[in-house]
Every structure is written in structure tokens, then in C-alpha cells.
Ligand binder design. Structure first.
Ligand code: ZN
Length: 176
């Protein structure tokens, strides 16, 4: 990368929007401008994700209503996956449904067993407009589905039902 080898090293950490922010509940729009502002946004998203200790971040989590997410996330075999997707579409899901622990930088201090497909494929483009296809399994597949949900205006809490949902919402309220 021209801006330095570590993604986010030239980015600015932005405040992460929290549960209740209307931007988190609104579907994001397609990116149409692939200029320098997009590269800056992606850099800021990496910087913010790392500062917050997350494994993924969607643009609307920092108040930008565009279809972009970044990730630096291990899978169940401890392989590291690092990158970003602009205008992502979840084109395939498969494998068994696994209920595993999931959390979100927008819902700090809360974690809940959330059902997700064990395999997921996302297609989109890079910040230069080149096509990308990202395939994930295990925890990384969970991450891809989680970030796609954000861009549709969803949260992982929406995937919970019954006592898990009530308990997570209660914990979120308690955490402020
Ligand atoms: Zn999240």
C-alpha cells in the first residue's frame, strides 16, 4: 500500500456509534465515488477497528451510510483474514448453522450465542473498483455475515430470539 504497509496507520480513529443510533438501523447506500475520500474512509475504518479491538467494522458504525466494511479476523483454524469490501453482497451461505459467541463494537460489553452459517461468500469491489470475492468459514464466516447485516441496517441482536434476546438487550441497557 502506498500509504504505508500497515492498514489504518494513516487513518484517524472515529467515534463508534452505539445501539440506538438511527444510522445503525438504516440500510446503507451503494458507493459510486471511488475517489480519495473512499480510500480515506477505509483507512479511518481500519484505524477505528484496531483502536476498538474489533475484528470487523461497517461504515455506518462510524456514521457513514455507505456499503463498506473492513475486517482483520481469524477463522477457526487461526488463519488471519485482512481486507475490505466495497458494495459487498452476501452471495452464498452454507454448511451447518452454528450458534457461537458474537459481540459488536456498537453494543459494548455484551456477547450472545448467535446462530450463523458456517460458510459464507461475499462479493464486491475494492476501493479501486476491482472485483473481490471473499470466502469465509467458521468465525470468519460469522464476521462476514455480521458486517453484511450492519450494512442492511441490522444488528446481531436481531438474530436472537427468546431469553437470549431479552438477556442481551438487558445487558446492553445496563452497559449504557
Ligand atoms: Zn457489529
Amino acid at each position: 500500500m502506498r500509504r504505508g504497509s500497515i492498514p489504518g496507520s494513516s487513518g484517524h480513529v472515529r467515534p463508534v456509534r452505539k445501539l440506538g443510533d438511527p444510522g445503525l438501523a438504516t440500510p446503507c447506500g451503494e458507493v459510486t465515488d471511488f475517489g480519495p475520500a473512499l480510500a480515506e474512509l477505509v483507512e479511518d475504518m481500519y484505524a477505528t477497528m484496531y483502536a476498538a479491538g474489533g475484528v470487523g467494522l461497517a461504515a455506518n458504525q462510524i456514521g457513514v451510510p455507505l456499503r463498506v466494511f473492513v475486517y482483520d479476523c481469524p477463522d477457526d483454524e487461526d488463519r488471519r483474514h485482512l481486507g475490505h469490501v466495497v458494495n459487498p453482497r452476501l452471495v452464498e451461505t452454507g454448511g451447518v448453522t452454528v450458534r457461537g459467541p458474537e459481540g459488536c463494537l456498537s453494543v459494548p460489553g455484551v456477547e450472545a450465542g448467535t446462530p450463523r452459517f458456517d460458510e459464507a461468500v461475499v462479493e464486491g469491489v475494492t476501493l479501486r473498483g476491482e472485483p473481490v470475492r471473499v470466502r469465509g468459514t467458521g468465525f470468519f464466516a460469522r464476521c462476514l455475515q455480521h458486517e453484511c447485516d450492519h450494512l442492511e441496517g441490522g444488528l446481531y441482536l436481531d438474530r436472537l430470539t427468546g431469553w437470549r434476546r431479552s438477556r442481551a438487550l438487558r445487558a446492553a441497557r445496563k452497559a449504557g
